[in-house]
Design a protein around this ligand. Structure first.
Ligand code: C2E
Ligand code: MG
Ligand code: MG
Ligand code: MG
Length: 273
């Protein structure tokens, strides 16, 4: 059935009014239906967890779990991504601080940022406020943007990146190699980290072209002094290849699916020496 808002008429009966997707998403943001899952990022050489990516989920009252691919684009179109993204940012900082408070070694928390958020002139001050509110040092926060986010309006993006770097926040280019202008984005923008798209990693190690591209991207990252992470690592064979090719970090189902904060804590505690 369709989610409804109950409107009361004069006689005290209620009439179910179907909600549009926009209203539903608005309700989700204000009404406690969003939550975050967290996926570990690991050091390829040692297997230890170095960071955690926060990934938003929508627990829809009627449809159940809605994946981000089915609501992030709508949130972008309607501008709801700005309040949604602000909620994600604050929740991720709060959770990162809560993990630190348990005494486990601090780690990077990575948050995805979309184009409208990055274009919001208040974004850098929202980031500063979130760090301040949750008592998180800026170098533990990493913001992930795709090339399309920065290429839209390069001048404005450069100014935003300068403000964020001045705060001490780290910046990574997400889904590298999935688009058209990846090399131009690297040449123009001061990223700290390159996240190689899953589509490049998928065909490793059997596909010769994939091997050549991934090897070249790793050495490009080294030359440009960017740290490099492989996304979507699912198999031991991919992992062995990446270790051999000196890729620094990896993320994927091979290590863990996105999981709850409690599960992350359990993973962190079991790797304590
Ligand atoms: P992304 O930032 O590139 O995140 C990685 C996606 O790959 C996640 O999908 C993750 O669950 C999935 N993944 C991780 N490891 C593997 C693997 O080994 N194999 C496969 N097949 N998939 C893997 P998810 O959570 O569905 O998120 C999809 C996209 O939605 C994200 O891609 C990101 O672009 C966007 N997104 C998620 N959360 C947020 C958010 O809070 N804000 C914004 N603006 N975008 C978000
Ligand atoms: Mg990401
Ligand atoms: Mg990605
Ligand atoms: Mg992606």
């Amino acid at each position: 059935g369709r989610n409804t808002l109950q409107h009361h008429d004069g006689a005290g009966t209620s009439v179910g009014m179907p909600l549009g997707e926009h209203e539903e998403l608005h309700l989700a943001i204000t009404g406690d239906q969003l939550f975050l899952e967290y996926q570990p990022q690991v050091d390829v050489a040692t297997g230890r967890i170095t960071g955690i990516e926060a990934l938003v989920r929508w627990n829809h009252p009627a449809k159940g779990r809605v994946p981000p691919i089915n609501f992030i684009p709508l949130a972008e179109e309607t501008g709801l991504i700005v309040p949604l993204g602000l909620w994600v940012l604050n929740e991720a900082c709060r959770q990162a601080r809560a993990w630190q408070d348990t005494g486990v070694a601090p780690l990077t928390i990575a948050v995805n940022v979309s184009a409208k958020q990055f274009a919001d002139p208040d974004f850098a001050s929202h980031v500063a406020e979130a760090l301040e509110r949750h008592g998180l040092q800026s170098h533990w926060l990493e913001l992930e943007v795709t090339e399309s986010v920065v290429m839209q309006d390069a001048e404005r993006a450069l100014a935003m990146m300068a403000s964020l770097r001045a705060l001490g926040v780290r910046l990574s280019i997400d889904d590298f190699g999935s688009g058209y202008s990846s090399l131009a984005a690297l040449k123009t923008f001061p990223f700290d980290r390159l996240k190689m798209d899953r589509s490049l990693v998928e065909a490793l190690p059997g596909d010769k072209t994939a091997v050549a591209i991934v090897s070249a991207v790793i050495s490009l990252a080294q030359t440009l002094k960017l740290s490099v992470l492989a996304e979507g690592v699912e198999t031991d064979a991919q992992m062995h290849f990446l270790r051999h090719a000196r890729c620094e970090e990896a993320q994927g189902y091979r290590f863990s699916r996105p999981v709850s904060p409690e599960e992350i804590l359990r993973l962190l505690q079991t790797q304590l020496r």
